[in-house]
Design a protein around this ligand. Structure first.
Ligand SMILES: Nc1ncnc2c1ncn2[C@@H]1O[C@H](COP(=O)(O)OP(=O)(O)OC[C@H]2O[C@@H]([n+]3cccc(C(=O)O)c3)[C@H](O)[C@@H]2O)[C@@H](O)[C@H]1O
Ligand SMILES: Nc1ncnc2c1ncn2[C@@H]1O[C@H](COP(=O)(O)OP(=O)(O)OP(=O)(O)O)[C@@H](O)[C@H]1O
Ligand SMILES: [Mg+2]
Length: 252
């Protein structure tokens, strides 16, 4: 993993040089993926990297863990609480749709959660503009393959350094980089609602997804589920669909 850390650091430096920007920033949640990214970008840019902690009705423990990672990585950081902004925007949207009797309360929790991820994305890009930095994403191979992220939310980023690393490998990277054990060992969570854990929501474990991605045999039901998640979320990994040029093409 030492070699991978070296290569990833070099790759991050190349991206910044090619984009002609000054450095990198990441949203710091107190989870393992963003902790690994924070350690990596700090290595790549000791004086031009930033961790952004964005509580949004979050558990206090997450912010504590994020702060712990600021200490271990020694990355520069800023905290921006998005709770009030989320309340205002979400309730405004809800009231607007309730007024035309179109509010779908079955979708309320998901809509609320995805808005949190997209407010974080908007915040990161506003800060990126300020410093002339790129926004670094934290998706690992399992999340990317299954599409377990919010489109244009935590999926709305400039670079995805962990794309080829399974969750198991992310843990190995975390160990080598000096991410605190407490962060490495806690249950992965999107933190989008009280008590949410990735594995419970997906109904499948990261170990199983990792095994599938490594080409190992997993049980038929798990395999079907993973392939189904992958296919249903293809649109998240692609550019927006556009029509053929109707100056030259006709649909039959
Ligand atoms: N076929 C298609 N072609 C083009 N676009 C399509 C589409 N189907 C849906 N869409 C669009 O995509 C939207 C649905 O996608 P999206 O908005 O992402 O929403 P969705 O996939 O329903 O929800 C996001 C999931 O990611 C999880 N998540 C989010 C954030 C962080 C983490 C984490 O691990 O930390 C996990 C979250 O818990 C939830 O399960 C639809 O509203 C529609 O606009
Ligand atoms: N409270 C938060 N403050 C800042 N960024 C956040 C916050 N919550 C989520 N994010 C961003 O959204 C990303 C996606 O969350 P995700 O849960 O997949 O990663 P993680 O929390 O780093 O690791 P884990 O999957 O183990 O929980 C985070 O890595 C982080 O960049
Ligand atoms: Mg998390």
């Amino acid at each position: 993993m030492e070699k991978h850390i070296e290569q990833l650091t070099k790759w991050l430096q190349m991206q910044v040089k090619d984009a002609n920007v000054n450095g990198l920033l990441v949203g710091l949640s107190g989870g393992i993926d963003s902790s690994v990214v924070a350690h990596l970008i700090k290595r790549a840019f000791p004086n031009n990297s930033l961790g952004v902690i964005m509580p949004c009705k979050s558990h206090g423990k997450d912010e504590e863990d994020a702060q712990l990672v600021v200490n271990t990585s020694e990355i520069d950081s800023v905290t921006i609480d998005l709770t009030d902004q989320h309340d205002l925007l979400f309730n405004g949207i809800k009231q607007g749709l309730e007024a035309k009797e179109d509010w779908n309360s079955d979708k309320e929790r998901l809509a609320d959660a995805n808005l949190r991820a997209r407010l974080r994305m908007s915040t990161l890009y506003t800060i990126a503009t300020n410093y002339n930095y790129l926004v670094v994403g934290t998706d690992n191979a399992a999340e990317w393959y299954t599409g377990y992220f919010t489109k244009y939310g935590d999926g709305g980023v400039d670079l995805v350094p962990l794309l080829h690393y399974t969750k198991t490998e992310v843990r190995e990277l975390a160990n080598k980089l000096g991410v605190p054990d407490e962060v490495i060992n806690k249950a992965p969570s999107a933190g989008l609602w009280e008590g949410q854990t990735d594995e419970e929501e997906m109904g499948i474990s990261y170990d199983t997804i990792d095994a599938f991605l490594e080409g190992e045999k997993v049980d038929d039901e798990a395999e079907k589920k993973i392939i189904n998640m992958h296919e249903r979320t293809a649109h998240k990994r692609a550019l927006p669909a556009s029509p053929p040029d109707f100056h030259h093409f006709t649909l039959e």
